[in-house]
Design a protein around this ligand. Structure first.
Ligand code: COA
Ligand code: MG
Length: 291
């Protein structure tokens, strides 16, 4: 999935837009977009939004719960799982054990609600705690319920006591570039998609487009969004271009005609196994985008 749009869980006005959005998924937020005084009402509104849209839904509805080490997470889960969200996003995890605890809690709630075991997947927000950076190589240990990894630079800066996460030109400082790269490597090592973090300057669509271009080139499969205007830009940027699709088809055709050779040439350039995988990935992305 390319675009994941956050909607604050307590905002009736924004929740009412849910069915008009072109996002590949929405994430109804119970965490940082909701002030402490709004937590209970947000939980109730999110559950109502889920119940009002029985599965199968036209837009997948995910829910971001509160962090597991606080007092709200389990009550969030107990309130929403019966509404059959397409998935749950966990912010600020510290360790793989946190993700395994969430897996167990979801399994218990699935049993309570009569849902198939493992039917509510999860996406983790890596890098929001310093500790999580040292766990990103072990995410395969969480098991099949973990289906994506994203990252956040704001909370990491808070955890590190940093004054800023970007330089004067707006580029990530080295610590946050490292975190971003660890997310790419950790997701790939676990065989799950990496989803790039939010672009907060939501009126700047050129900046967003450039951020998406880099993210896709580096291996991210999609990007988080905070404003409806960001969705179309993200969808377009993460959809393979015509020329890429043409190249990918040529690569497959060249291998098909290549009489079993592992090294071939196309337009005067070497083609071998990594190119074939890259071509297959582009065609898979193109097929998914067309749905
Ligand atoms: N989801 C659904 N609708 C949204 C939306 C969102 N994330 N963001 C804005 N809208 C709606 C607004 O309600 C408005 O509609 P209205 O005029 O009928 O009320 C319309 O889109 C245009 O919004 P705009 O005036 O341009 O923005 P804003 O000033 O109302 O809101 C934000 C700006 C950043 C506060 C808002 O986009 C937002 O809440 N984003 C999500 C924040 C979030 O969830 N953060 C947690 C993850 S980092
Ligand atoms: Mg946050």
């Amino acid at each position: 999935m390319r675009s994941w749009l956050f909607i604050p869980g307590d905002s009736e006005r924004k929740l009412a837009k849910l069915d008009t959005l072109e996002a590949d998924a929405v994430i109804l937020d119970l965490e940082d977009a909701v002030l402490p005084a709004g937590k209970a009402v947000a939980r109730q509104r999110v559950r109502e939004a889920l119940d009002a849209r029985p599965v199968p839904r036209s837009v997948p509805v995910w829910v971001r719960i509160n962090p597991l080490d606080g007092p709200l997470a389990l009550a969030d889960l107990a309130a929403i799982v019966g509404g059959r969200p397409e998935g749950v996003m966990l912010p600020k995890f510290r360790t793989v054990a946190d993700l395994q605890r969430l897996d167990a809690a979801l399994a218990a709630l699935e049993a309570r609600e009569g849902l198939a075991p493992g039917s509510v997947p999860m996406v983790a927000v890596g890098t929001e705690t310093a500790r999580s950076l040292f766990e990103l190589g072990s995410l395969a240990d969480v098991g099949p319920r973990l289906q994506g990894l994203t990252w956040g630079a704001e909370d990491l800066a808070v955890d590190l006591g940093a004054a800023s996460n970007r330089d004067a030109a707006g580029e990530w400082l080295p610590t946050y570039q490292l975190a971003r790269s660890l997310v790419l490597a950790g997701a790939a090592a676990a065989g799950i998609p990496a989803i790039d973090t939010v672009y907060t300057d939501f009126r700047n669509s050129d900046g967003l487009r450039e951020s998406c271009r880099r993210a896709r080139a580096d291996g991210f499969a999609g990007k988080l969004a905070i404003h409806p205007d960001q969705v179309a830009v993200i969808n377009e940027a993460f959809t393979p271009e015509e020329a890429e699709v043409r190249w990918a088809r040529e690569v497959l055709a060249t291998f098909a005609e290549g009489s079993g050779d592992g090294a071939l040439s196309l337009h005067g350039k070497l083609l071998d196994a990594p190119h074939l995988k890259q071509a297959e990935r582009i065609l898979a992305q193109a097929a998914q985008s067309a749905r």
